[in-house]
Each structure stands twice: as C-alpha cells, then as structure tokens.
Design a protein around this ligand. Structure first.
Ligand SMILES: [Zn+2]
Length: 263
C-alpha cells in the first residue's frame, strides 16, 4: 500500500471492527454509536474530527472523503428529532455526497488506549492509575473519570502553563498557583458536573473541558484545584488516535482535521 493509492475497506467491515474495538455494546449513551448515516459501501479515504459540524462536513467533502468519523455525531436524546434549519443543511450535505457518518461518543472517551482520557493523559504527561491487569482504574458516573499522578512534580501554575502549551489553548484554572500537584483526576469534555467525585478521591487537581459557575466555589472550599482546558481541546486526541489505528489496520488513508473551537 502507499499513500497515493490507499486500500479500500467495506463500510460494513469498518463498522464491525469499530464496534468490537470500541466495545460499543458496553455503553448506555445519549446518541447512537456506530454508522449514523450510511453512504458509499466502500471506503478509501476517511476524515476524522471532534464534531460533525457543517464546516467539518464541507472539509471532508472537499477532501473527497468516503467517511467522516467523529466523537460528537448526531441524533442526541435531548434534541428534537425533526430535520430542520441548520440540521437539515448538515443531513442534506452528507446524503448528497454519499458520505458515511460514524459517531462514537462515550466509547471514544473511555477506550483504555485510543480514548480521549487515555490520550489526554499522554498529552499532559499524566501516569494513569492501573489495576493488576494494567487496565486504567476509573470512577464516577459510568466510570468515566480517570485518576493518576504527574510524571514530574509541578505547581498548579507550572501545570497550567504546560497544559496551555500542550493544548495550544489557555485553560481556566481555579486554585492556589503555588499548590504542588501530585494526584490528578480528569475527564475530557463537559464533565464539570462530576467534580465532587474527584474531590471524594482526594486528588490535588480535577481537569475537564468545560466549567460551570459552581466549580469556582467547589475548588475554593475543597482545596482541590479545578481546570477547564476546553471541551474541544481535550477531545481532539481520541478521534486522531482512532484514525491512526484505522489507517494501520486497513491501509486506508485517514486525515484528522482540527477545526478550532474556543469552547
Ligand atoms: Zn464531548
């Protein structure tokens, strides 16, 4: 195989491999995990990204992709099922171009190697806690929170500065800048509501993507520092790692496209 003439994989084969690799039947989720919109039956070029926005769909079409694989797909439980307005534009664009749309939400947060939490740990040099079999120790709702230690001891200010460099985005940080950070808990994306679970674990710092008003008070009153490093920024690395794994498995060409999102 070569980059100029990639192999092809059938849509069915890819879907089955993704279902097994990401163990999608282990999750109760808010959106369907798997092939959300069926397109062409053979796939040579795949685009991966964080969210199936109109902008990302257009980039995938421009690149003549056969499939788009994202963390934030469509058909969320809390949204209207009607296909109107901006949603109609997205759906029409995907159907008109015979694009396969795959979405993997919680399974792509949780995967022990390819998942957003595992990949964020790698990017931020965190060493996840593991059990006797080497699997990450997780806790909180749906076992989505990871914990571990810093590879080198750092103050909160140093940790924040290194995070800003690693993610190319200034994190929102609450806590004493001089506090030494040893134990960390993290959950990518919008997991600010799980901060109490992290506090209960006795960590020094809780990292997630987004912030809510009460996180400020919880951090000040518990002494556990809080960091919101960006929902998008913390969830880039799972889709990218998944794409690399697909390219390796099937020899297809995969391009990760990062469309910046400040939230
Ligand atoms: Zn998310």
């Amino acid at each position: 195989m070569s980059a100029s003439s990639p192999e092809a994989v059938s849509t069915n084969t890819l879907e089955q491999w993704l279902a097994a690799t990401l163990q999608i039947d282990q999750f109760k989720d808010y959106s369907p995990n798997g092939l959300q919109v069926a397109g062409t039956p053979h796939i040579r070029h795949i685009v991966t990204g964080v969210t199936a926005s109109l902008a990302l769909i257009d980039q995938a079409i421009q690149q003549q992709a056969d499939a788009l694989i994202v963390h934030h797909g469509w058909f969320w439980k809390n949204e209207s099922p009607c296909i109107r307005g901006p949603k109609r534009e997205r759906v029409a664009r995907v159907l008109d171009n015979n694009l396969n749309l795959f979405g993997y939400h919680l399974p792509l947060d949780a995967h022990p190697v390819l998942g957003n939490n595992a990949q964020l740990a790698r990017i931020l040099s965190l060493e996840p806690d593991t059990d006797d079999t080497g699997q990450p120790v997780t806790f909180g709702p749906a076992s989505l929170i990871w914990s571990g230690r810093c590879s080198t001891q750092r103050t909160l200010a140093d940790f924040a500065a290194q995070t800003a460099t690693a993610l190319d985005r200034q994190p929102l940080v609450v806590g004493d800048p001089g506090k030494v950070i040893k134990r960390v808990a993290w959950c990518t994306g919008g997991a600010q509501g799980m901060m109490q679970d992290a506090i209960d674990q006795g960590v020094d710092l809780y990292i997630t993507g987004e912030a809510s008003e009460q996180n400020f008070h919880m951090a000040n009153e518990s002494g556990v520092a809080f960091m919101a490093a960006g929902h998008h920024a913390t969830e880039r690395y799972g889709p990218k790692a998944l794409g690399d794994a697909i390219a390796q498995q099937f020899g297809v060409s995969v391009t990760f496209i990062d469309l910046d999102n400040p939230i």
